[in-house]
Design a protein around this ligand. Sequence first.
Ligand code: FES
Length: 105
Amino acid sequence: MSYRVGPADQLPEGEGLLVEAKDSGAAEDIAVFHAEDGNFYALADECTHEVASLSEGWVEGCEIECPMHAASFDLRTGKALCLPATVDARTYKVDVVDGNLELDI
Ligand code: FES
């Protein structure tokens, strides 16, 4: 199912955005990021360590650092890159269609 997030140009590079996709039937809320490589990536919003919103974390290159205990994940693969997270984050496909971000949920 395709979920339209909004205009891609409203998510600046280095920022994340919480998409409350759960309200639209998705299994979970999703965080969309505009990485510093210029591409957009999407991960499950909830950190795999404990309860924290990755959309509120810090983008560094193509990584997101959790705001709670500083675990980081690769935005391209969801791979957990450092402790305390040991479980990879689920990734979602996000595309820019006619200037809008669209998630495949
Ligand atoms: S909740 Fe994300 S690192 Fe602990």
